[in-house]
Design a protein around this ligand. Sequence first.
Ligand SMILES: *[C@@H]1O[C@H](CO)[C@@H](O)[C@H](O)[C@H]1NC(C)=O
Length: 310
Amino acid sequence: MIGKVIVAIAFVAIAAAQYNTQTSPNNPYSTSSKIVCYYDTKGNFRSGDAKFEEVYLTEPLQFCTHLIYGFAGINPTTYKAIPLSEQFDVIQNHYRDITNLKRRYPGLKVLLSIGGQRDDPEHSEKYLKLLEAVDTRLAFIDSAETLAASYGFDGIDLAWQFPPNKPKKIHSTLSGFWSKIKHTFVSPSEIDPKHAEHMEQFTALVRDLKSRFAHKGLLLSMSVLPNVNSTIFHDVPKLAPNLDFVNLWAFDYYTPQRNPKEADYTSPLHELIDRKFDENANALVQHWIHKGCPNNKIILGIPTLPEHGK
Ligand SMILES: *[C@@H]1O[C@H](CO)[C@@H](O)[C@H](O)[C@H]1NC(C)=O
């Protein structure tokens, strides 16, 4: 239970920084460094200590150059970008409330994120289907632009729901005291038989979105979700030039949902014993750098705990 609560709280906001020597925490806009903060609105629907509301953004926002609103989704029939909660996002005006924060924090950019495993994660096939045809990609691009522009967002973040890796299997031995960890090799085709096509089509989507957004002055970023394997789905050298920045979510590899019998580090920095070599922040960042993404576009995503009870 405790593990669950901690993960729930830890997930509400992540902040990431790319430091340079002139970074001054009190004036985040004075340098070209980015500090990107994620606001997961799901926190509004929790109760007790895990509840996270707009008011808790006030303190972190003095350090953020970018705020990302999570999350919007995709309509499974039209493939248009849509609000995930019409009631909360639109009727109660939460989209506007958040983009209006730009008045209080001049220089702040606010992006709307799509996916993030908040959009019906049991039925994420639409994220692959959308990629497969030019007209569904176009429907998405048109609607994403409209959605961003209608509510004052400065751009879109693609937290695309690619199929995740399979969770680690844990088998107890007869003694019951020790768990034997089984590393089964899962081939990319078992995760997604059409992974190569989907990688190429996602690259095309990002390219087309960028050329549309560049004309309209909108920003485009993407997020690599936990347990989505960049080696399989992300063509880094072709994606990087078309992205303003990329958010690498280096946390939640092992969650109570995926690995109910095992507590774990929320955000391992380096390789751990009995783990895949690439389930940590360092491996993820190194992968993107080695594949040719400029360092200044890489945002390392870590979980943070908001200070409650004001
Ligand atoms: C990601 O895919 C590569 C290539 O198939 C594989 O070597 C690696 O172990 C995978 N990572 C994870 C965390 O499954």
